[in-house]
Design a protein around this ligand. Structure first.
Ligand code: G3H
Ligand code: 13P
Ligand code: ZN
Length: 311
């Protein structure tokens, strides 16, 4: 089935009280893991490409790999640019066939964020592509840029109506306590999302799809495997899945997950090579990595997002 935009997906997700997973992809095995998992769960899915992924793999390769994956299934798949930094990156992705882009001007002053976002929306909509933008600032690491927790800023509900009306965006990423990366909180902390802010934004923007970035939960059993087989990931915890489930039942229609998939992939590679020191065929350890990542995606779809059987 050809790639689709997120418009229909989000309409159904909003009405149905669930969210669609947006999973980051960097190579063929990751794309296969996600699409096979979504296909088996009969779930819609968003494959997203970051600036880091563009640098690593070349967006044209990723575009064709995603097209190949879409040919193997009839579930709805959207291809999304994650954290587009400027107009040119968004335009490039639209021109090569992405169906959704994010313009991330959230660190810019208010009027600049609006002007740049609006310019992207005009080009995107003229080409049948949808746009996500962001208000607020998440803590954590993103494209090697570290935002310290004290610089993070929750989204102000007072700004969302003007921002969406003036830009014409299709979905809005907000900051309510999530953060990027695998080291979000220290063990013993009890991270909670500002569900009250989400509810207020939902009241201000009825029916409008909200996006959560930085939604990895840092699965402790996978970190333990990494560390058992030679890794040294620090002890850290992520966003509790119970908090994400609450958000998915409200206005949140897209939940971004990258770090948890990376950890699952790496745990399997480390385990495979430690247990099979004579192996040198990449298909052997990448095959295990793909299978473990697929299991992680299925878990997210079934137990966190609630998007199984919604394709
Ligand atoms: O939000 C950022 C994503 O996790 C992607 O990170 O640029 O290292 O691929 P990356
Ligand atoms: P995590 O680092 O929590 O997986 O967040 C990923 C993300 O927001 C990609 O845009
Ligand atoms: Zn993000």
């Amino acid at each position: 089935m050809p790639l689709v935009t997120t418009t229909e997906m989000f309409k159904k997700a909003y009405a149905g009280g669930y969210a669609v997973g947006a999973f980051n992809v960097n190579n063929m095995e990751m794309i296969q893991a996600i699409v096979e998992a979504a296909n088996e769960c009969r779930s819609p899915v968003i494959l997203q490409v970051s600036a880091g992924a563009r640098k690593y793999a070349n967006p044209v390769y990723l575009r064709h790999l995603v097209a190949a994956a879409a040919e193997t299934t009839d579930i709805p798949i959207a291809m999304h640019l994650d954290h587009g930094a400027d107009y040119e990156i968004c335009k490039d992705c639209i021109d090569i066939g992405f169906t959704s882009v994010m313009i991330d001007a959230s660190s810019k002053p208010w009027e600049e964020n609006i002007a740049l976002t609006k310019k992207v929306v005009e080009y995107a909509h003229a080409h049948g592509v949808v746009v996500e933008a962001e208000l607020g600032k998440l803590a954590g690491i993103e494209d090697d840029v570290k935002v310290e927790a004290h610089d993070a800023m929750f989204t102000s509900p007072d700004e969302v109506e003007e921002f969406t009306a003036r830009t014409g965006i299709d979905s809005l990423a907000i900051a309510i306590g999530t953060s990027h990366g695998a080291y979000k909180f220290k063990p013993g902390q009890d991270p909670k999302l500002r569900i009250d802010i989400l509810e207020e934004i939902g009241r201000r923007l009825p029916g409008f799809p909200i996006v959560l970035h930085g939604a990895s939960s840092v699965p402790q059993e996978q970190v333990a495997i990494v560390n058992e087989f030679g890794g040294s990931m620090p002890n850290a915890i992520g966003i509790p899945e119970s908090e994400l489930r609450k958000a998915a039942k409200l206005a949140v229609c897209k939940i971004n997950i990258d770090s948890d998939l990376r950890v699952a992939f790496t745990a399997a590679v480390r385990k495979h090579l430690a247990e099979n020191p004579s192996h040198f065929d990449p298909r052997q350890y990448l095959g295990d990595a793909r299978a473990n990542m697929k299991a992680m995606v299925k878990h997210k779809i079934i137990d966190v997002l609630g998007s199984a059987n919604k394709a």
